[in-house]
Design a protein around this ligand. Structure first.
Ligand SMILES: Nc1ncnc2c1ncn2[C@@H]1O[C@H](COP(=O)(O)OP(=O)(O)OP(=O)(O)O)[C@@H](O)[C@H]1O
Length: 258
């Protein structure tokens, strides 16, 4: 579904004589299949968000090829939706939960009855039943994130791009939301590309885990298969083996010289 070949992205800082180019990504090769839960894992600053922004069409690559269903990505598209770490940045404070979820549908000119049928479905799926009339300021962090996910899903994208969507939540809420996300993914069969720097979260969620090297010139240098059954047991021996294997990669001196 998503095919990435020899992808590179550099940014220029400063101008004229003082201009400096920083090559964030170089030679990224990656295929992501329809319906998979794919994790991009790497330390802070390695370029995970940059790669996600390229797939979203928010940025343009400087080298290489990025295709979705055989088409080059030139700009953001309805079939790709981003879920950000901080829902406050994307929710409208003057709209209640239902109105926020229906926003994109209203912009498309969809009639009220049709909109309600769709928002009902995603309100239920995201566990927001009973909170439809609340405004963002009246919601907890986890609930706001549920609204953002429901709103994105209501627009029926094929691909969900999630940039550390649970990173701002407390540990307890984060665990609940991780489980919820697995449930939503298995019920909707969406393709998810999920960015994290948390190894445990990667093992808990990912079917495949793409491990990124430290920047500059970052790339996905290894893809680990994770065939553990969902929902996953954090305390199981198999879970801990995969987690340890990943920790080993990041602690190895070789990692810093990739
Ligand atoms: N618009 C930009 N202009 C210049 N440099 C940028 C820009 N966006 C990102 N970078 C640089 O690219 C590098 C990778 O940033 P990016 O946000 O993709 O990393 P990340 O792995 O998502 O980090 P984190 O986990 O901390 O969010 C950083 O060195 C950053 O300074």
């Amino acid at each position: 579904m998503i095919s990435i070949r020899q992808l590179g992205k550099s940014f220029q800082s400063g101008a004229g004589k003082n201009a400096v180019r920083y090559q964030v990504l170089k030679d990224v090769d990656l295929n992501i299949n329809k319906g998979e839960f794919f994790i991009l894992l790497g330390p802070s600053g390695c370029g995970k968000s940059t790669l996600l922004n390229l797939i979203a069409g928010f940025e343009k690559q400087t080298e290489g090829e990025l295709l979705v269903d055989g088409q080059a990505i030139e700009r953001p598209g309805k079939e790709r939706a981003m879920v950000f770490q901080h829902p406050d940045a994307s929710l409208f404070p003057w709209l209640n939960v239902r109105e926020n979820i229906e926003f994109g549908l209203r912009m498309q000119g969809m009639k009220k009855g049709e909109r309600k049928a769709i928002s009902d479905r995603y309100i239920e799926l995201a566990g927001l039943t009973g909170h439809e009339r609340k405004f963002p300021r009246e919601l907890s962090g986890g609930m706001k994130q549920r609204v953002q996910i429901a709103r994105v899903l209501a627009n029926e994208p094929d691909i969900l791009l999630m940039d550390e969507p649970l990173g701002a939540l407390d540990a307890f809420t984060r665990r609940v939301m991780q489980e919820e996300l697995v449930r939503i993914w298995s019920e909707t069969k969406k393709t998810i590309i999920f960015v994290t720097h948390d190894i445990q979260e990667a093992v808990l969620l990912g079917g495949r885990i793409g491990i990124m090297s430290i920047g500059p010139d970052s790339r996905v240098f290894e893809i680990m298969d994770n065939r553990l059954e969902y929902p996953r047991d954090l305390t199981s021996r198999e879970f801990n083996l995969i987690q340890k294997k990943l920790q080993g990669i990041f602690q190895d001196d070789l990692y810093f010289h990739l």
